[in-house]
Design a protein around this ligand. Structure first.
Ligand code: NAD
Length: 297
């Protein structure tokens, strides 16, 4: 296979994304360290590669969807750069620290290769449904090459700026989301203690100035928003462990540029406490149970 897309990292998110590239008519050469992940990708139409290098040889596009910065640094430095023999556009969709994103992009440039960081907003359902939002960092020419590929996996592809800007947008957004969820939970718990019915408080606040995505899409109390994870015992949705990961990335980035983030820091320590108490696997809106004292792992 030549002129294909190499896809590295076919976990919860990558499997659906690769399947959408196959559906769009691309040849996809897939590699994952996990045999189960690789087998699932092959079942949905990708070709099995025996290594990162084998997947990347002859590829026109390389997409990575890996857990964290150390995996991205390792995969590119140890295998992708050496195997990239057809001038592919390199697209890292993982959520990683800004410093790693910038370091790997600089190495790519050193190898004469174009690269973008393109982390996503939207979870597993959006990955398989092809409705992700991509926030992209990199030079305009690299964005122009990546955009049509990303459009096959998402509903919006936004150029955020130079290398690392996609990751910066992602963690600033998620820091805001994490803090707004905690604030929304606090308000519901206090409203109830003051004798307000949660539905009534929702009806008022969702139309008043307290309105936010945390309230109107992921309402932390069951009832007002039937599709919110709170109605399914906080299963599915966006795991508190992943929110904690993003909050930690945000705190790291804030320290690096000396940004003052007291609300983000407070929220991060609450998600850490919730994870320590066994809540890591629940949707992040379950943090309301930490605040109202009802959490039992
Ligand atoms: P995941 O752990 O399910 O998948 C990651 C995959 O990478 C695994 O299958 C793992 O075996 C593979 N991998 C690790 N090292 C590798 C290597 N050296 N070579 C080949 N494969 C390797 O994680 P996920 O939920 O798919 O998330 C991927 C990324 O997307 C993360 O950065 C995450 O923060 C981000 N993200 C996840 C969600 C979500 O809802 N799950 C939402 C937005 C962003």
């Amino acid at each position: 296979m030549a002129g294909h897309i190499a896809f590295i990292g076919l976990g919860n998110m990558g499997s659906g994304m690769a399947a959408n590239l196959v559906k769009a008519g691309h040849g996809v050469s897939a590699f994952d360290l996990s045999e189960a992940a690789l087998a699932a990708a092959v079942a949905s139409g990708s070709q099995r590669a025996a290594s990162v290098s084998e997947a990347v040889k002859g590829a026109a596009v390389v997409v990575t969807m890996l857990p964290a910065g150390k995996h991205v640094r390792g995969v590119y430095a140890e295998e992708v750069f050496a195997a990239a023999d057809s001038n592919p556009i390199l697209i890292d969709c993982s959520t990683i620290d800004v410093a790693s994103a910038r370091a790997v992009a600089a190495q790519a440039e050193g190898h004469g290769l174009a690269m973008v960081d393109a982390p996503v907003s939207g979870g597993i359902a959006a990955a398989s449904g092809g409705t992700l939002t991509f926030m992209v960092g990199g030079p305009a020419e690299a964005f122009a090459r990546a955009e049509p590929i990303l459009a096959k996996m998402g509903k919006a592809v936004i150029h955020a700026g130079d290398a690392g800007a996609g990751q910066a947008a992602k963690i600033c957004n998620n820091m805001l989301l994490g803090a707004s969820m905690v604030a929304t939970c606090e308000a519901f718990v206090m409203a109830q203690k003051l004798g307000l019915d949660p539905q009534t408080f929702f009806d008022i606040s969702s139309k008043a100035s307290g309105q936010s995505w945390s309230m109107t899409s992921y309402c932390p109390v069951p009832g007002p928003v039937p599709t919110a994870p709170s109605n399914r015992d906080y299963e599915g949705g966006f795991a508190a462990a992943l929110m904690l990961k993003d909050m930690k990335l945000a705190m790291e980035a804030a320290a690096a540029v000396d940004a003052s983030v007291p609300m983000g820091a407070a929220a991060e320590s609450l998600y850490q406490a919730f994870a320590n108490l066994g809540g890591a696997g629940k949707d992040f809106s379950a943090i309301i149970k930490l605040l109202d004292g009802s959490w039992r792992s």
